[in-house]
Design a protein around this ligand. Sequence first.
Ligand SMILES: [Fe+2]
Ligand SMILES: [Fe+2]
Length: 284
Amino acid sequence: MVLDKDALWYRIKKMNSLSTLPEIYDRVSDMINDPKTSAANLASVISRDETLVAKLLRIANSPFYKATPEKITSITFAVALLGFNATKNLVLSVSIFDLFHTFEESLKVTVRGFWKHSITCAVASKIIAQNARHKNPEEMFVSGLLHDIGKIVEIQYMPEDFKKIINIINTKEVSMKDAEEEVLKYSHTDVGKMLGVHWNLSPRIIDCVRLHHIPDKAIENLTEVSIVHTANVLSHSLELDYKVPVLNQKAWEILNLKIDSLEPILKQLKKESIEAIAVLFPKK
Ligand SMILES: [Fe+2]
Ligand SMILES: [Fe+2]
């Protein structure tokens, strides 16, 4: 069944599991918006979820995320050291995986591939942000993680259409976006944007999701979109994908990266993405 954009928007609003982000993220967001919230209050709310705490501390101390040279031993310390917004992005990065879990057996391998690519793109976005001296590498990490989120909605909620899309890509050798347009009349970037708006994510993250294939269309968040666009291309090249997207000239120029920096970035990405996948999406 093909849904037009309005019908899809209606359906996203109705989808129980997608109608809100993981509860803990909503709670953390609300607290951050309240000027009366202290670091201790925020830490005590997060601390109620032991599994989340264990994951957060592991990630906060991992080279692929590490924002500070100091070892973070408690959530209170993490909140104090990272600040409210970085903590919020960290909670979102850990809990997003809980939203998507019921898949057809035949699509399980595709789902694993999807998350591996998304995590690699998250790590690449963070590395590029650091190299480009961007002020918020943690937000770039979460933007990279979510850049293709529309695809997982298609896999989970429109499995038959998604199989048709894959079939078209393999037989006609067209891009994912063109195949999606043919079957659905919209693409994963449209679905992702709708979700981002619905979840009340920052306009920077939404632009990265919406424009990562056409970075030169970005007006307000050109640097951020260029980072995720470049990270997506590097992730595909690392995955030895036979359809590596073309790197947009304007995106490359805006980041002001030297061509010599590509090799060390790819080397770091290779190492850190393996570790990030093991922590965020371990093999069950
Ligand atoms: Fe994409
Ligand atoms: Fe991608």
